[in-house]
Design a protein around this ligand. Structure first.
Ligand code: AR6
Length: 167
């Protein structure tokens, strides 16, 4: 598996699957989630609503992942995963690792060869970037996935530097 770092906007990545840092409702939000739904168009939300009407009636739990179309994005699929909210009193790193592992498992099921990840939980959910980079890289490296090309798309220079230091 090839691991690469890119500084930029995840909605511009030409990959088989783009991972969304969603919330349990699957119905959109800010940050990466907002950008993906805005650029990808209403088809993504419409598939998310169908998931909520079916198997995910109570929403998608933290640490799990599910795929939809990528709509108008230059990708085939969006893999929605829900990161944990960072907590100073409780270690939730297992759930953050699970987001990466489960997203890769879904990507393998789809037959996706290339996947772009954002730094899950490091925005609204408050996870410190250095620790998030460590968990992301360790988990993806040891996941044993078939995916050939994993790209971490970091929004700003500080996030890029944190991942670069850990790679
Ligand atoms: N491309 C790449 N990275 C981005 C982009 C982008 N277009 N936009 C933001 N980031 P966040 P979370 C970075 O908040 O912490 C949403 O409202 C951002 O700088 O998107 O998992 C959901 O609906 C940060 O480093 O996700 C949930 O309610 C990282 O992506 C909640 O936020 C993740 O920030 C999820 O919070």
């Amino acid at each position: 598996m090839k691991l690469t770092l890119v500084q930029g906007d995840i909605t511009e990545q030409r990959v088989d699957a783009v991972v969304n840092a969603a919330n349990s409702s699957l119905l959109g939000g800010g940050g990466v989630d907002g950008a993906i739904h805005r650029r990808g168009g209403p088809e993504i939300l419409s598939e998310c609503r169908k998931l909520r009407a079916g198997h995910y009636g109570k929403g998608l739990p933290a640490g799990q992942a599910v795929a939809t179309t990528a709509g108008r994005l230059p990708a085939r699929w969006v893999i929605h995963t829900v990161g944990p909210v960072h907590s100073a009193s409780e270690d939730r790193s297992g759930l953050l690792a699970s987001c990466y592992r489960e997203s890769l498992r879904v990507a393998d099921t789809l037959g996706a060869a290339s996947v772009a990840f954002p730094a899950i939980s490091t925005g609204l959910y408050g996870w410190p970037m250095d620790d998030a980079a460590r968990i992301a890289l360790e988990t993806v490296r040891t996941a044993g996935a078939q995916v050939e090309d994993v790209r971490f798309v970091l929004f700003d220079a500080a996030a890029y530097a944190a991942f670069e230091a850990r790679l």
